[in-house]
Design a protein. Structure first.
Length: 244
């Protein structure tokens, strides 16, 4: 393994550690919030279990990060990500859709792709441990969305989907990457080459996220417009916007 690939792998697992820790805190907070307005929902209990899962995932990711020479400080933030203009119940729905229906669904696609590759045994063990839980975490989001859609119009989320996607994608997903970020060597260590990561992101939106949202009357049109405005243009974005 080259030193550059080792560094990239360490950074990637350190980033995942922080994401898992943040998710643990967010899920625990959302569980409390949902109970306040929907005491009969089964979602809070599922979110508490998911929070425990994420804490366990964070420990696994931190161990791998250290193996690759990039130890992670024990810290995490839990900043509310919903727009301030939304009411409390709508804000919770925003966070659940962003965190579960989009982020966790994308995570499952990423993990599935990685597990189809020849990865290092210790990396494979961690990927499999995380993957079996992330599927359930995604379903929590769709379950909460279905429950909310059964009692009110959730189409208000449509113009907010681009912000959710931007938060999941992060900066630079649709820009060209350095050659070292495209190295296939990274796959053995649980890291997607940049262009493959972008392709999976777009494919999951097309195949899972957008169809799922449309079932509840949430139009993907603003999200496609967001994709069209991304710069520079890429073949993957052309695929996404051509569906409109």
């Amino acid at each position: 393994m080259s030193e550059e690939s080792r560094r990239r792998a360490g950074e990637a697992w350190a980033f995942r550690t922080r994401v898992e820790r943040e998710a643990a805190r967010r899920f625990a907070r959302l569980a409390v919030a949902i109970e306040e307005f929907d005491a009969d929902s089964s979602v809070p209990a599922l979110l508490r279990r998911a929070a425990e899962d994420e804490r366990r995932h964070a420990a696994l990711c931190a161990d791998l990060s250290a193996v690759y020479g990039h130890p992670v400080a024990a810290s995490a933030e839990d900043a509310a990500i919903a727009p301030g203009s939304l009411g409390p119940r709508a804000a919770v729905l925003y966070e659940v859709v962003a965190s579960c229906c989009i982020t966790e669904t994308e995570s499952v696609a990423t993990l599935t792709t990685l597990l189809a590759e020849q990865v290092e045994p210790r990396v494979e063990r961690v990927l499999r441990e995380i993957a079996k839980d992330e599927v359930l975490h995604g379903r929590i989001g769709w379950a909460h969305l279905a429950r909310e859609a059964s009692i009110s119009d959730v189409s208000f989320l449509s113009p907010w989907i681009p912000a959710m996607l931007a938060g999941t994608a992060g900066e630079g997903l649709f820009t060209a990457a350095d050659a070292d970020l495209e190295s296939r060597e990274l796959l053995r260590h649980g890291v997607l080459p940049h262009s493959l990561k972008r392709s999976i992101f777009v494919g999951t939106l097309e195949g899972v996220v957008f169809p799922g949202l449309e079932k509840f009357g949430i139009s993907p049109r603003p999200a496609r417009q967001w994709a069209r405005g991304a710069r520079p243009r890429s073949p993957d974005l052309a695929r996404l916007t051509s569906e409109e």
